[in-house]
Structures are given as structure tokens and as C-alpha cells.
Design a protein around this ligand. Structure first.
Ligand code: 8YV
Length: 318
């Protein structure tokens, strides 16, 4: 009888087609989220564990990493890894992998869906029809805003930002971006100042990484520079936008609309946004298609398999 390798799974990957089941079939899984006392569970089951499976939702902090003396790999389901303490992992020689590329198109598609939904009042229109108001009263919802031909600013021109920018060509848009550094391999205009990018743009799509380095990057000044007709879209991480400043700018008429897939304190959404027709709100579904979630699952499992068979994960984080 061959014994299955033991792993720790930090949280349930219920948003993946079959990850929980496949992990349980292939590995001897310590399901950490089921233990009421995490510290005690790690003390009891941690020895001999060489791999952790997690996601950005659950992360892997230094306390977890350092509670596992034999840890060698952390395999995350998803591209973002700001909740994994990569420095603590690397200090211990622990490899960290994520699932890049496979979700790029779906997240970029959703960014455009959000932008069009806000500009064309799609949520408001849907609520109007569903509530039976159409045909029962005169008038309609307020006029929307043309999308094609406008100026698009992208915050963070990485893989996903790039895919969003490419789609801009199909809408005859001028595209500029803000990054820490100008990229030499693209023709889009670069704005070293995010405030200047927002001032220039009709629409601002946030596609940067999360974490301490980008927290509240999109602040009051940026939102007000985007202005009363501007639309901000966020498919990145909630904390990149100062949510309090966002609500204040919307309420004061200093920002036009917000179309958000991510929030500062998920799954909590500010009451002011819930009641606002100037907001389009989605429950963090950028990657949530069957095809993409399957691809993420396969890549996470491939990293784990490769680690156990070769000692190396296949898509390590940079
Ligand atoms: C997932 C994501 O929903 O990949 C990411 O970084 O935000 C999404 O694809 C997330 O990883 C779940 O925690």
C-alpha cells in the first residue's frame, strides 16, 4: 500500500469545480479550517507536512509557515498572493506557487462587463424591468454614457491590465496606463502620475496587484481627478481603492460611477454603495467561470504534483 503525501489545506476551495475532492483523493489532507484551535491543530498535525494548499482568501502568514518545521512548498489557487508571506517563506527556503495566466482573459472580460454595465446603466435598467416599473410608469432610467471612443486609463499594466488594454482597441479607445515603471514593450501612453492619468481618463480600470504597496493608491485626489462623469472599475483588490473616499466622492457628486468586483472588507459592502444607482456591485467573480476555475485548479494541482515528484513547483511567484 502506498501512503499518500500529507498536506495542509488552509481553507475550502468550494469555488473550484473539484479541487476539494481531488485533493482528498490524492493526498492525506489536514483540513485546517475545520479545526477550532488552529495552533493546537498545527502542533498536533504539523510535523512532516511539506506542502500547504491555500488561496488569496486564506493566505499563509509567517505564523503558519513557521509552525511547520518540514514545510517546502506553498501552492496557491489564484493569481494574487498578497496574503501569503512570501518573504517568510523564502527565508525558510519554501517555494511559493500561484496560478498566473489562466485567469487573465476572464478577469479582463469582467472588467469590460463592469465598465459597460456602469456606463450604460445595465444594473439600474435590470432593476427597473424586474421591479415591474417598465410600462407602468412614464419615462425610463436616466440616459447612460457612450463607451466607444473614450479615454481609458489602466492602473497596473501587468498581465491582466494588458488584456484589458488590448480589448480597448475594439472599442476605439485611447489607452494610457500608470505603473511604477514605464514599459518599453508597449505603445500605450505612460503616466507617471496616477492623478494625471485620472484627470485625462474618462474611465479608470484598476488592475494592479494588492498588498501594502498599493493600499489606497486610488485615493480621494485620484477619484476627484477622474471627476463627476468618470467611472472607476476595480477587478484587482478592494484595498487598492480608499473605499471611504470612494463613497464620499460618489455622494458629493465628485465621481460619476463605481463598478466593483472587489471590496475593502469582503464580503462586507458599504451600505451607501448597496443603496446607490451609481454603483455596480459584484461578489468577487473575476475568475469565476467553469473553464477558468478548472484551469486554476489544474495548475494548482500540477504545482503540487511537480513539487512531490521533482521537488520544484512549475509556476513559482516572482
Ligand atoms: C480568486 C483571485 O477568486 O486569483 C485571484 O487572485 O482573486 C480570484 O481568482 C481568489 O484567489 C480566491 O481567493
Amino acid at each position: 500500500m502506498t501512503t499518500k503525501p500529507r498536506i495542509i489545506q488552509v481553507g475550502s476551495l468550494a469555488g473550484s469545480p473539484s479541487a476539494n475532492q481531488t485533493l482528498a483523493d490524492r493526498y492525506d489532507v489536514v483540513e485546517l479550517w475545520k479545526f477550532p484551535d488552529r495552533k493546537a491543530a498545527l502542533a498536533e498535525h504539523g510535523k512532516g507536512i511539506t506542502a500547504i494548499v491555500t488561496s488569496a482568501n486564506f493566505g499563509a502568514n509567517a505564523e503558519l509557515i513557521n509552525a511547520l518545521p518540514d514545510l517546502k512548498a506553498i501552492c496557491s489557487w489564484g493569481v494574487g498572493y498578497e496574503t501569503i508571506d512570501v518573504a517568510a517563506a523564502q527565508a525558510r527556503g519554501v517555494q511559493v506557487s500561484n496560478t498566473p495566466d489562466v485567469l487573465t482573459d476572464c478577469v479582463a472580460d469582467l472588467a469590460w462587463g463592469l465598465l459597460i454595465a456602469a456606463a450604460r446603466r445595465m444594473g439600474q435598467g435590470e432593476r427597473f424591468v424586474r421591479s415591474g416599473q417598465w410600462g407602468q410608469i412614464h419615462g425610463s432610467i436616466p440616459l447612460g454614457m457612450r463607451v466607444s471612443g473614450k479615454k481609458l486609463g489602466i492602473v497596473g499594466l501587468g498581465r491582466i491590465g494588458d488584456a484589458i488594454a488590448k480589448r480597448g482597441a475594439g472599442f476605439d479607445m485611447q489607452v494610457r496606463y500608470h505603473n511604477r515603471r514605464k514599459r518599453d514593450d508597449v505603445a500605450y501612453g505612460y503616466e507617471a502620475s496616477l492623478v494625471e492619468l485620472a484627470r485625462w481618463a474618462d474611465f479608470l480600470i484598476v488592475a494592479t496587484v494588492g498588498g501594502a504597496g498599493t493600499r489606497h493608491l486610488v485615493n480621494q485626489e485620484v477619484l476627484e481627478a477622474l471627476g463627476p462623469k468618470g467611472i472607476v472599475v476595480n477587478i484587482a483588490r478592494g484595498p487598492v481603492i480608499d473605499e471611504t473616499a470612494l463613497v464620499a466622492a460618489l455622494e458629493a457628486g465628485k465621481l460619476g460611477w463605481a463598478a466593483l468586483d472587489v471590496f475593502e472588507h469582503e464580503p462586507k459592502v458599504p451600505q451607501a454603495l448597496l443603496g446607490s444607482d451609481q454603483a455596480v456591485l459584484l461578489p468577487h467573480i473575476g475568475s469565476a467561470t467553469l473553464e477558468t476555475r478548472q484551469d486554476m485548479e489544474d495548475l494548482m494541482l500540477e504545482n503540487l504534483r511537480a513539487f512531490f515528484e521533482t521537488g520544484r513547483v512549475v509556476t513559482p511567484v516572482e
